[in-house]
Write a protein that binds this ligand. Structure first.
Ligand SMILES: Nc1nc2c(ncn2[C@@H]2O[C@H](COP(=O)(O)OP(=O)(O)O)[C@@H](O)[C@H]2O)c(=O)[nH]1
Ligand SMILES: [Mg+2]
Length: 322
C-alpha cells in the first residue's frame, strides 16, 4: 500500500489505477489509503457535466480534455453511470468517445457504475475524486446522466456545473420542472447543428431572465462532434471559476463536502447498527402491519442502541419542547 500511495501522489498512472480499484471494491487498506491522500486533496477544480443520455456529454468532455491539455492542465474524468443492466453500452460509449486520450499520461479516465444508497452520490465516486485530486489532477470532470439524485449530489460537490441540453428533447417548461434551472451554472446547448437550437437557447434565456442570484448562467451553443464552440464553453467555465473563487465559494464547498461525507458515514453506520438489532425484522413487520409508525420504530431502535432519543427525534413529540 505504501508503494501505491507514494506513486499516487507523484501522479503515477498505474498507482492511481490500483488505488481506485482498492476504494471501488472496498479492499483492505482503503482506510489507510484515504487517510494518506486526504491532506493532498482540495486543490483540483471540479466540473460537473450532466444532461440526458446521448446529449453528447462524453463527446463534449473529450473535446474539453483536448483544450485543457493544450493549456498544460492535467485532467481526471469520472463517467458515472447508473447501475442498470443497460449501462454496459453507455460505459463502452464513454470509453470510445474519449479513447484518443488513453495514452496521455496527463489524462486519467474512469467509468463507474453508481451504487449510491441512502440518497447520496456513491461513496466510491467521492473517494475516486479524492484520489484524482491527490494525484495532482488540475481539473476533474465528473459526467453524470439525467437529473436524478446523483446529479443533484454532483452539483453540490462540483465547483462548476455544466448542464448539457439538446434541441428537440421537450420544451423549456420540462426543463424548469426537472429542476435544471436550479443546478446549472452554465448551459451547453449541444447538437446545435440540429434544428431548434436557437429556439431552445431563447427559451432558456427567457427563463434565466427571471432567475435571481449573484450568478447568471451563461448559455453556449456547441457542436461537440465537430469541435465547435468548445473554446467559448471553456472560457465560460473559467469565468464561473473566477466568480466562485472571488466569492470564496470553493472553500465553503470543500467544507460542506467533507461535512456531507461525514454524515454519509454516520448514517450508514447507524442504519447498519439498527439493522443488526435483534428485533429489527419483527419491528419492520410490525410497522408493515400498522401496529407502529416508522417514527415510533426508529425511536425504539435508537433506545435499543443506547442513543438518547429525546434530542434525536426532532420529528416526535419532543419537537415541541424546542
Ligand atoms: N449531431 C450531433 N451529434 C453529436 C454531437 N455531439 C455528440 N454527438 C453524437 O451523439 C451521440 C452521443 O454522444 P455521447 O457523447 O456518447 O453522449 P452522452 O451519452 O451524453 O455522453 C454520439 O453518436 C455522438 O457522436 C453534436 O454536436 N451534433
Ligand atoms: Mg457519456
Amino acid at each position: 500500500m505504501t508503494k501505491i500511495i507514494e506513486g499516487l501522489v507523484k501522479g503515477n498512472v498505474r498507482s492511481l489505477a490500483k488505488a481506485i480499484t482498492v476504494v471501488e471494491n472496498d479492499r483492505p487498506g482503503k482506510k489507510e489509503l484515504l487517510k494518506a491522500v486526504f491532506p493532498q486533496t482540495g486543490n483540483a477544480y471540479l466540473i460537473g457535466i450532466t444532461g440526458p443520455p446521448g446529449a453528447g456529454k462524453s463527446t463534449l468532455t473529450d473535446k474539453l480534455i483536448t483544450l485543457l491539455r493544450q493549456q498544460g492542465k492535467t485532467v481526471g474524468v469520472i463517467a458515472v453511470d447508473p447501475s442498470s443492466p443497460f449501462s454496459g453500452g453507455a460505459i463502452l460509449g464513454d470509453r470510445i468517445r474519449m479513447q484518443q486520450h488513453a495514452l496521455d499520461e496527463g489524462v486519467f479516465i474512469r467509468s463507474m457504475a453508481t451504487r449510491s444508497h441512502l440518497g447520496g452520490l456513491a461513496k466510491a465516486t467521492v473517494d475516486v475524486i479524492h484520489l484524482l485530486d491527490a494525484a495532482g489532477k488540475d481539473v476533474i470532470i465528473v459526467e453524470t446522466v439525467g437529473v436524478g439524485q446523483d446529479e443533484v449530489d454532483i452539483v453540490k460537490i462540483a465547483h462548476t456545473t455544466v448542464v448539457v441540453m439538446v434541441p428537440g428533447l421537450g420544451d423549456a417548461i420540462q426543463i424548469a420542472k426537472a429542476g435544471v434551472m436550479e443546478i446549472a451554472d452554465i448551459f451547453a446547448v449541444n447538437k446545435a447543428d440540429r434544428e431548434g437550437a436557437d429556439k431552445l437557447v431563447n427559451e432558456l434565456r427567457s427563463m434565466l431572465d427571471m432567475a435571481t442570484g449573484d450568478w447568471k448562467p451563461d448559455i453556449f451553443q456547441t457542436v461537440a462532434k465537430n469541435d465547435q464552440g468548445i473554446a467559448d464553453l471553456l472560457a465560460g467555465i473559467y469565468q464561473h471559476r473566477e466568480f466562485v473563487q472571488n466569492a470564496g465559494l470553493d472553500k465553503e464547498k470543500f467544507k460542506s463536502n467533507v461535512q456531507r461525507e461525514l454524515c454519509t458515514y454516520l448514517m450508514d453506520g447507524i442504519v447498519e447498527l439498527a439493522q443488526a438489532c435483534a428485533g429489527y425484522e419483527s419491528l419492520v413487520q410490525a410497522i408493515y402491519q400498522k401496529e407502529m409508525t416508522p417514527l415510533e420504530g426508529a425511536e425504539k431502535l435508537f433506545q435499543e442502541m443506547g442513543i438518547n432519543n429525546e434530542w434525536l427525534m426532532v420529528g416526535g413529540d419532543n419537537a415541541e419542547k424546542g
